[in-house]
Ligand binder design. Structure first.
Ligand code: SF4
Length: 292
Protein backbone atom coordinates (compact mmCIF):
# COMPACT_ATOMS: atom_id res chain seq x y z
CA UNK A 1 0.00 0.00 0.00
CA UNK A 2 1.24 3.48 -0.86
CA UNK A 3 2.33 5.44 2.22
CA UNK A 4 0.23 8.59 2.63
CA UNK A 5 0.46 10.64 5.80
CA UNK A 6 -2.44 13.02 6.47
CA UNK A 7 -4.56 14.73 3.86
CA UNK A 8 -2.98 14.92 0.41
CA UNK A 9 -3.37 17.98 -1.85
CA UNK A 10 -2.56 18.38 -5.53
CA UNK A 11 -3.29 20.91 -8.27
CA UNK A 12 -6.53 20.26 -10.23
CA UNK A 13 -4.54 19.45 -13.39
CA UNK A 14 -2.77 16.61 -11.57
CA UNK A 15 -6.04 14.76 -10.92
CA UNK A 16 -4.91 11.71 -12.90
CA UNK A 17 -1.33 11.70 -11.67
CA UNK A 18 0.24 9.20 -9.34
CA UNK A 19 0.71 11.12 -6.08
CA UNK A 20 4.09 10.36 -4.55
CA UNK A 21 4.45 11.89 -1.09
CA UNK A 22 8.13 12.70 -0.64
CA UNK A 23 7.77 15.24 2.18
CA UNK A 24 5.21 15.59 4.95
CA UNK A 25 3.70 19.05 5.39
CA UNK A 26 5.09 22.40 4.37
CA UNK A 27 8.44 23.82 5.47
CA UNK A 28 6.94 27.33 5.64
CA UNK A 29 3.49 26.54 7.04
CA UNK A 30 2.80 30.17 7.91
CA UNK A 31 0.67 31.64 5.11
CA UNK A 32 -2.20 33.34 6.90
CA UNK A 33 -5.00 31.84 4.78
CA UNK A 34 -3.71 28.26 4.58
CA UNK A 35 -4.72 25.39 6.82
CA UNK A 36 -3.60 22.57 4.55
CA UNK A 37 -0.69 21.30 6.61
CA UNK A 38 -1.13 22.95 10.00
CA UNK A 39 -1.54 19.56 11.63
CA UNK A 40 1.70 18.26 10.10
CA UNK A 41 5.26 18.83 11.25
CA UNK A 42 7.38 19.29 8.13
CA UNK A 43 9.80 16.47 7.42
CA UNK A 44 11.30 14.75 4.40
CA UNK A 45 10.23 11.13 4.06
CA UNK A 46 12.92 8.48 4.32
CA UNK A 47 14.34 7.17 1.05
CA UNK A 48 13.19 3.61 1.85
CA UNK A 49 9.54 4.76 2.06
CA UNK A 50 9.76 6.70 -1.20
CA UNK A 51 11.46 3.79 -2.94
CA UNK A 52 8.78 1.37 -1.72
CA UNK A 53 6.06 3.72 -3.03
CA UNK A 54 7.73 3.91 -6.44
CA UNK A 55 7.69 0.08 -6.46
CA UNK A 56 3.96 0.19 -5.62
CA UNK A 57 3.46 2.54 -8.55
CA UNK A 58 5.48 0.23 -10.81
CA UNK A 59 3.20 -2.64 -9.82
CA UNK A 60 0.17 -0.62 -10.99
CA UNK A 61 1.61 -0.46 -14.51
CA UNK A 62 1.08 2.38 -16.99
CA UNK A 63 -2.29 3.53 -15.66
CA UNK A 64 -0.97 7.06 -15.19
CA UNK A 65 1.31 9.24 -17.31
CA UNK A 66 2.28 11.78 -14.72
CA UNK A 67 3.64 11.82 -11.19
CA UNK A 68 3.08 14.63 -8.71
CA UNK A 69 5.46 15.00 -5.78
CA UNK A 70 3.62 15.91 -2.55
CA UNK A 71 3.36 17.67 0.01
CA UNK A 72 3.32 21.44 0.17
CA UNK A 73 6.70 22.43 -1.18
CA UNK A 74 8.56 19.24 -2.00
CA UNK A 75 10.93 21.24 -4.19
CA UNK A 76 12.55 22.39 -0.94
CA UNK A 77 14.29 19.00 -0.76
CA UNK A 78 18.00 19.08 -1.57
CA UNK A 79 18.70 18.72 -5.29
CA UNK A 80 20.61 15.48 -4.70
CA UNK A 81 17.60 13.82 -3.09
CA UNK A 82 15.22 15.12 -5.75
CA UNK A 83 17.52 13.76 -8.46
CA UNK A 84 17.54 10.38 -6.77
CA UNK A 85 13.72 10.38 -6.70
CA UNK A 86 13.43 11.49 -10.34
CA UNK A 87 15.99 8.94 -11.49
CA UNK A 88 14.13 6.15 -9.69
CA UNK A 89 10.87 7.28 -11.32
CA UNK A 90 12.53 7.27 -14.76
CA UNK A 91 13.97 3.82 -14.18
CA UNK A 92 11.00 2.08 -12.57
CA UNK A 93 8.16 4.00 -14.27
CA UNK A 94 9.53 4.54 -17.78
CA UNK A 95 6.08 5.45 -19.15
CA UNK A 96 5.87 8.60 -17.01
CA UNK A 97 5.90 11.69 -19.24
CA UNK A 98 6.06 14.44 -16.63
CA UNK A 99 6.76 14.95 -12.95
CA UNK A 100 5.26 17.96 -11.19
CA UNK A 101 5.78 19.60 -7.82
CA UNK A 102 4.73 22.60 -5.74
CA UNK A 103 7.50 25.18 -5.43
CA UNK A 104 7.87 28.81 -4.45
CA UNK A 105 10.36 31.63 -4.10
CA UNK A 106 12.14 29.85 -1.25
CA UNK A 107 12.57 26.46 -2.87
CA UNK A 108 13.45 27.84 -6.32
CA UNK A 109 15.63 30.57 -4.80
CA UNK A 110 17.82 27.97 -3.11
CA UNK A 111 18.62 26.24 -6.39
CA UNK A 112 20.85 27.44 -9.21
CA UNK A 113 19.66 27.39 -12.81
CA UNK A 114 22.13 24.53 -13.34
CA UNK A 115 20.54 22.51 -10.53
CA UNK A 116 17.07 23.23 -11.88
CA UNK A 117 18.29 22.25 -15.35
CA UNK A 118 19.55 18.93 -13.95
CA UNK A 119 16.14 18.35 -12.37
CA UNK A 120 14.53 19.14 -15.71
CA UNK A 121 16.83 16.64 -17.44
CA UNK A 122 15.87 14.05 -14.85
CA UNK A 123 12.15 14.52 -15.55
CA UNK A 124 10.85 17.48 -13.56
CA UNK A 125 8.49 19.12 -16.03
CA UNK A 126 6.36 21.60 -14.12
CA UNK A 127 6.45 23.69 -10.94
CA UNK A 128 3.17 24.97 -9.48
CA UNK A 129 3.86 28.21 -7.65
CA UNK A 130 1.35 29.74 -5.27
CA UNK A 131 2.39 33.37 -5.70
CA UNK A 132 -1.03 34.60 -4.48
CA UNK A 133 -0.20 38.31 -4.96
CA UNK A 134 2.32 40.50 -6.70
CA UNK A 135 1.78 43.23 -4.10
CA UNK A 136 4.57 43.31 -1.51
CA UNK A 137 2.41 44.75 1.25
CA UNK A 138 -0.19 42.00 0.73
CA UNK A 139 2.55 39.36 0.69
CA UNK A 140 3.83 40.74 3.98
CA UNK A 141 0.38 40.80 5.58
CA UNK A 142 -0.34 37.17 4.67
CA UNK A 143 3.17 36.11 5.74
CA UNK A 144 3.85 34.58 2.35
CA UNK A 145 7.58 34.75 2.87
CA UNK A 146 8.69 36.21 -0.45
CA UNK A 147 8.60 39.42 -2.45
CA UNK A 148 7.30 40.31 -5.88
CA UNK A 149 10.86 40.68 -7.11
CA UNK A 150 11.65 37.17 -5.86
CA UNK A 151 8.62 35.89 -7.78
CA UNK A 152 10.05 37.47 -10.93
CA UNK A 153 13.46 35.85 -10.29
CA UNK A 154 11.71 32.51 -9.69
CA UNK A 155 9.95 32.77 -13.04
CA UNK A 156 13.16 33.64 -14.89
CA UNK A 157 15.11 30.81 -13.29
CA UNK A 158 12.47 28.24 -14.14
CA UNK A 159 12.28 29.48 -17.71
CA UNK A 160 16.05 29.39 -18.08
CA UNK A 161 16.02 25.82 -16.77
CA UNK A 162 13.28 24.78 -19.22
CA UNK A 163 10.73 23.97 -16.50
CA UNK A 164 7.09 24.91 -17.07
CA UNK A 165 5.88 27.45 -14.52
CA UNK A 166 2.26 27.49 -13.41
CA UNK A 167 1.42 30.45 -11.17
CA UNK A 168 -1.54 30.69 -8.83
CA UNK A 169 -3.08 33.98 -7.73
CA UNK A 170 -5.59 34.46 -4.92
CA UNK A 171 -8.38 36.92 -5.62
CA UNK A 172 -9.36 38.84 -2.50
CA UNK A 173 -6.25 38.01 -0.49
CA UNK A 174 -5.40 41.71 -0.05
CA UNK A 175 -8.78 42.24 1.59
CA UNK A 176 -10.97 45.26 0.91
CA UNK A 177 -8.17 47.57 1.97
CA UNK A 178 -5.61 46.48 -0.65
CA UNK A 179 -7.94 45.13 -3.31
CA UNK A 180 -6.89 47.66 -5.95
CA UNK A 181 -3.16 47.50 -5.16
CA UNK A 182 -3.32 43.70 -5.07
CA UNK A 183 -4.86 43.60 -8.56
CA UNK A 184 -2.62 46.30 -10.04
CA UNK A 185 0.64 44.98 -8.63
CA UNK A 186 -0.26 41.37 -9.37
CA UNK A 187 -0.82 42.30 -13.02
CA UNK A 188 2.50 44.14 -13.10
CA UNK A 189 4.40 41.28 -11.44
CA UNK A 190 2.79 38.63 -13.66
CA UNK A 191 3.78 40.67 -16.71
CA UNK A 192 7.41 40.67 -15.57
CA UNK A 193 7.22 36.93 -14.84
CA UNK A 194 5.45 36.09 -18.13
CA UNK A 195 4.62 32.49 -17.15
CA UNK A 196 2.90 30.08 -19.56
CA UNK A 197 0.13 29.27 -17.06
CA UNK A 198 -1.74 31.44 -14.57
CA UNK A 199 -4.67 30.27 -12.47
CA UNK A 200 -6.77 32.36 -10.15
CA UNK A 201 -8.45 31.03 -7.04
CA UNK A 202 -10.72 32.92 -4.67
CA UNK A 203 -9.71 33.46 -1.05
CA UNK A 204 -11.72 31.64 1.56
CA UNK A 205 -11.37 32.57 5.20
CA UNK A 206 -10.82 29.16 6.77
CA UNK A 207 -11.64 28.83 10.49
CA UNK A 208 -8.68 28.62 12.87
CA UNK A 209 -6.23 30.26 10.49
CA UNK A 210 -4.36 33.52 11.13
CA UNK A 211 -6.55 35.10 8.43
CA UNK A 212 -9.67 34.15 10.39
CA UNK A 213 -8.12 35.74 13.48
CA UNK A 214 -7.31 38.87 11.45
CA UNK A 215 -10.92 38.95 10.25
CA UNK A 216 -12.20 38.60 13.81
CA UNK A 217 -9.99 41.53 14.89
CA UNK A 218 -11.32 43.64 12.03
CA UNK A 219 -7.95 43.63 10.25
CA UNK A 220 -9.16 41.74 7.18
CA UNK A 221 -12.39 41.88 5.21
CA UNK A 222 -12.91 39.72 2.16
CA UNK A 223 -14.08 41.90 -0.76
CA UNK A 224 -17.64 41.29 -1.99
CA UNK A 225 -18.16 39.02 -5.00
CA UNK A 226 -18.29 41.75 -7.64
CA UNK A 227 -15.15 43.37 -6.25
CA UNK A 228 -13.40 40.01 -6.60
CA UNK A 229 -14.51 40.00 -10.22
CA UNK A 230 -13.18 43.54 -10.56
CA UNK A 231 -9.79 42.27 -9.32
CA UNK A 232 -9.90 39.50 -11.94
CA UNK A 233 -10.79 42.05 -14.63
CA UNK A 234 -7.98 44.39 -13.57
CA UNK A 235 -5.42 41.57 -13.48
CA UNK A 236 -6.36 40.45 -17.00
CA UNK A 237 -6.53 44.01 -18.35
CA UNK A 238 -3.28 45.09 -16.70
CA UNK A 239 -1.16 42.08 -17.58
CA UNK A 240 0.98 41.64 -20.64
CA UNK A 241 1.88 38.05 -21.56
CA UNK A 242 3.67 36.65 -24.56
CA UNK A 243 1.72 33.35 -24.43
CA UNK A 244 -0.30 32.40 -21.36
CA UNK A 245 -3.15 30.02 -20.67
CA UNK A 246 -5.12 32.02 -18.11
CA UNK A 247 -7.67 30.10 -16.03
CA UNK A 248 -10.17 31.14 -13.45
CA UNK A 249 -11.89 27.79 -13.37
CA UNK A 250 -10.93 26.54 -9.94
CA UNK A 251 -13.91 25.36 -7.90
CA UNK A 252 -13.51 28.34 -5.57
CA UNK A 253 -14.13 30.93 -8.30
CA UNK A 254 -17.49 32.61 -8.87
CA UNK A 255 -17.18 32.90 -12.67
CA UNK A 256 -15.32 30.04 -14.35
CA UNK A 257 -13.18 31.23 -17.27
CA UNK A 258 -10.30 30.01 -19.41
CA UNK A 259 -8.55 31.99 -22.13
CA UNK A 260 -5.34 32.16 -24.10
CA UNK A 261 -3.67 35.52 -23.64
CA UNK A 262 -2.91 37.80 -25.35
CA UNK A 263 -5.17 36.48 -28.16
CA UNK A 264 -8.37 36.58 -26.12
CA UNK A 265 -7.48 39.41 -23.77
CA UNK A 266 -9.81 42.03 -25.26
CA UNK A 267 -12.73 39.62 -25.42
CA UNK A 268 -12.17 38.51 -21.83
CA UNK A 269 -11.93 42.07 -20.51
CA UNK A 270 -15.08 42.98 -22.44
CA UNK A 271 -16.96 40.02 -20.97
CA UNK A 272 -15.87 40.89 -17.45
CA UNK A 273 -16.81 44.55 -18.00
CA UNK A 274 -20.28 43.47 -19.13
CA UNK A 275 -20.79 41.37 -16.02
CA UNK A 276 -19.50 44.18 -13.81
CA UNK A 277 -21.66 46.78 -15.51
CA UNK A 278 -24.76 44.60 -15.19
CA UNK A 279 -23.93 44.08 -11.49
CA UNK A 280 -25.94 40.88 -11.78
CA UNK A 281 -24.76 38.40 -9.20
CA UNK A 282 -27.22 35.78 -10.46
CA UNK A 283 -24.83 34.73 -13.24
CA UNK A 284 -22.12 34.02 -10.69
CA UNK A 285 -21.71 30.53 -9.33
CA UNK A 286 -23.98 30.00 -6.29
CA UNK A 287 -22.09 29.69 -3.00
CA UNK A 288 -23.17 26.06 -2.61
CA UNK A 289 -21.57 25.10 -5.93
CA UNK A 290 -18.20 26.55 -5.09
CA UNK A 291 -16.10 23.50 -4.30
CA UNK A 292 -14.24 24.72 -1.27
S1 SF4 B 1 3.62 27.71 1.25
FE1 SF4 B 1 1.74 26.76 0.46
S2 SF4 B 1 1.38 24.95 1.73
FE2 SF4 B 1 2.89 26.24 2.81
S3 SF4 B 1 1.67 27.46 4.22
FE3 SF4 B 1 1.92 28.66 2.33
S4 SF4 B 1 0.11 28.16 1.07
FE4 SF4 B 1 0.25 26.61 2.70
Amino acid sequence: MVDYIGRIYRPPSEARSFLLQVTVGCSHNRCAYCDMYRDKQFRPKPWETIEADIEEAAALGPRFRRVFLCDGDALILPTRKLLRILEAIAERLPWVERVGVYGDTRSVGRKSVEELGALREAGLGIVYHGMESGDDETLRRIDKGGTAQECVSTAHKLRDAGIVHSVMVLLGVGGVERSREHARNTAATLSRMDPPFVGTLTTTVVPNTPLAAMEARGEFTLPPKLDLLQELRDIVAGSDFSACRFSANHASNYLPLRADLPQHKDALVELLDQVLEARDESILKPEALRGL
